[in-house]
Write a protein that binds this ligand. Structure first.
Ligand SMILES: Cc1cc2nc3c(=O)[nH]c(=O)nc-3n(C[C@H](O)[C@H](O)[C@H](O)COP(=O)(O)O)c2cc1C
Ligand SMILES: C=C(O[C@@H]1CC(C(=O)O)=C[C@@H](OP(=O)(O)O)[C@H]1O)C(=O)O
Length: 359
């Protein structure tokens, strides 16, 4: 396995969900960046498990310990490494089913690829837990971007069949992002909150799970960022976002809906607002030709329903070469969407910062 990603800003993630610790090394951070640890911890808190029945009940403090690259409150320019210790593992449930491949999880492909040597406990290196170090790194990237007045925010766009409003329907500013960040289920339209919570809690009661979509935007981003072909903004963001476990789709701007419209309906017409170039619509999600056009970057990410469900499922026993049945035990997210939101924001901030360093 290789956990390395990035051009100028390189990320290297490590660790397993049931090992002693997980972590990240960030290579290429400029020296002299002051890190506000309260802001980092606030981001970690948004993702951490065990906050309510809307998420897994595994409890972790998710406190990062920086062990290199940071001195007297500033980055030194050396690789910055942080670890997050694991404390609430219950590995017995995974030992009991180690030969039974959970449908929808990484168990079977990992068993084939690593010859059974991979750490299967809690999903090992495939676990959603490995996104905690990404949120740590993203929190630093967000602080660097905020200095340039660039802000990243995301919200629940839909859970199961229930939709929230879109960023396109409201005024997007720092105050909205601050408000969304306070919510376990970040919604623009609060009226749907109870309905959405009930859908998630009902899935849990039914020993099942639900999925949904996350809408993410980057505001304040100037025109001219992106390096086509292969470092187009869409390519870089999609690469990072598809690295997040449980992501099954992404569309920029109106995405697939554009295929049903005409050019006259999808072109974003330009106009000058004083000296600023803007477009009347933002169907392209702020990116044309793989380069930012000065409008907010806007995209939607599809998150599948959690695969580890308590309902009985058909599967195989790879030790006995037999068809069998499986009941997954353990503490799982009935819906991954709420905790994936800070992760999507984090990888977006990291991708944008890397693109700005190479553009
Ligand atoms: C924040 C987060 C939390 C997750 N929680 C769970 C979970 O509790 N149970 C589970 O089976 N999968 C969970 N996942 C998803 C699995 O890790 C993922 O489905 C698995 O590694 C297979 O990868 P794939 O879905 O991308 O194919 C979570 C993912 C994220 C990002
Ligand atoms: C621990 C976290 O989420 C875990 C992600 C996960 C998976 O399969 O992805 C499975 C569960 O692990 P366990 O069975 O050890 O409780 C979740 O709790 C976390 O996000 O910090």
């Amino acid at each position: 396995m290789s956990g390395i990603m990035g051009n100028k800003l390189k990320l290297s993630i490590f660790g397993e969900s049931h090992g002693p610790a997980i972590g990240i090394t960030i290579d290429g951070l400029p020296p002299g960046v002051a890190i506000d640890m309260d802001k980092v911890l606030a981001e970690m808190d948004r993702r951490k498990p065990g906050k309510s029945l809307l998420s897994t009940t595994r409890k972790e403090s998710d406190t990062p310990e920086i062990i290199s690259g940071f001195f007297n409150g500033y980055t030194t320019g050396a690789p910055l490494t942080a670890i997050i210790r694991n404390s609430d593992q219950r590995s017995k449930v995974y030992e009991d089913i180690k030969n039974l491949m959970r449908p929808g999880h990484a168990d079977y492909p990992a068993f084939v690829k690593y010859g059974g040597f991979h750490d299967y406990r809690g999903g090992g290196h495939f676990s959603g837990r490995i996104t905690a170090p990404l949120v740590f790194a993203g929190a630093i990237a967000k602080q660097i971007l905020a200095e340039k007045k660039i802000f990243v925010g995301a919200h629940v766009k839909s859970i199961s069949h229930i939709d929230d409003k879109s960023f396109q329907d409201v005024e997007v500013n720092q105050a909205l992002f601050d408000e969304l960040k306070k919510q376990e289920l970040p919604l623009i339209d609060g009226e749907k909150r109870t309905e959405i919570e009930e859908v998630i809690l009902q899935a849990r009661k039914d020993m099942d799970s639900v999925g949904g979509t996350i809408e993410c935007t980057v505001v304040g981003i100037p025109a001219g960022i992106g390096d086509p072909f292969f470092n187009s903004v869409e390519s870089v963001l999609a690469h990072l976002i598809f690295s997040v476990p449980a992501v099954k789709g992404i569309e920029f701007g109106k995405g697939f809906e554009m295929t049903k419209l005409r050019g006259s309906e999808t072109n974003d017409a330009y106009y000058y607002e004083r000296d600023e170039v803007k477009t009347h619509t933002n169907n392209n999600g702020g990116i044309t030709g793989g380069i930012t056009n000065g409008m907010p970057i806007l995209f939607t990410v599809a998150i599948k329903p959690t695969s580890s469900i308590a309902k009985k499922q058909q599967t195989i026993n790879v030790a006995e070469h037999k068809n069998t049945e499986l009941v997954v035990k353990g503490r799982h997210d009935p819906c991954i969407v709420p905790r994936a939101i800070p992760v999507i924001e984090a990888v977006t901030a990291l991708g944008i910062l890397d693109l700005m360093l190479i553009s």
